[in-house]
Ligand binder design. Structure first.
Ligand code: HEM
Length: 129
């Protein structure tokens, strides 16, 4: 009887798993982004990102159970993120969003997700060029 969350409306865990997996497959071959990731295995980073997004969009709160308050800008301080890194990150995200079919992610949810990612990526910028 309660209002459906964005998380539920777009297909829940399965959709977030597909989105973050497609995103990280793109990061893995991106020559600007890949060197920023400290670990050789991108699996754990993919899982943290997936848990964060699930929580943000109304799904399970596993991210904060394991990591505490997100404080994402602070957690990105170790990485030099200028407009080039931001744009590379967004390119990977556009590919990931495009990989989710319209039956799962309709225009309205697609726009909400895309707008959020653009806003969030800009908010993570911590360096000029
Ligand atoms: C972690 C890069 C934007 C969410 C990381 C890490 C890197 C990184 C190198 C460390 C990987 C790891 O978890 O071990 C970037 C770059 C961005 C960007 C270059 C360009 C703008 C974003 C945005 C979001 C985000 C927009 C959210 C919408 C996260 C999360 C983590 C993370 C949740 C894990 C934090 C934790 O330790 O719990 N990012 N990121 N990132 N990023 Fe980003």
């Amino acid at each position: 009887t309660s209002a459906e969350t964005f998380y539920e409306a777009v297909g829940g865990a399965e959709t977030f798993r597909r989105l973050t997996n497609r995103f990280y497959r793109e990061v893995a071959v991106d020559e600007i982004l890949r060197p920023l990731y400290p670990e050789e295995d991108l699996g754990p980073a993919e899982r943290r990102f997936r848990m964060f997004l699930e929580q943000y969009w109304g799904g399970p709160r596993t991210y904060s159970d394991e990591r505490g308050h997100p404080r994402l800008r602070m957690r990105h301080n170790p990485f030099r993120i200028g407009p080039i890194e931001r744009d590379a990150w967004l390119r990977c995200m556009y590919v990931a969003i495009a990989s989710i079919e319209p039956e799962t992610l309709d225009d309205q949810h697609r726009k909400a997700l895309t707008d959020y990612m653009e806003m969030a990526a800009q908010s993570m910028v911590n360096a000029p060029l």
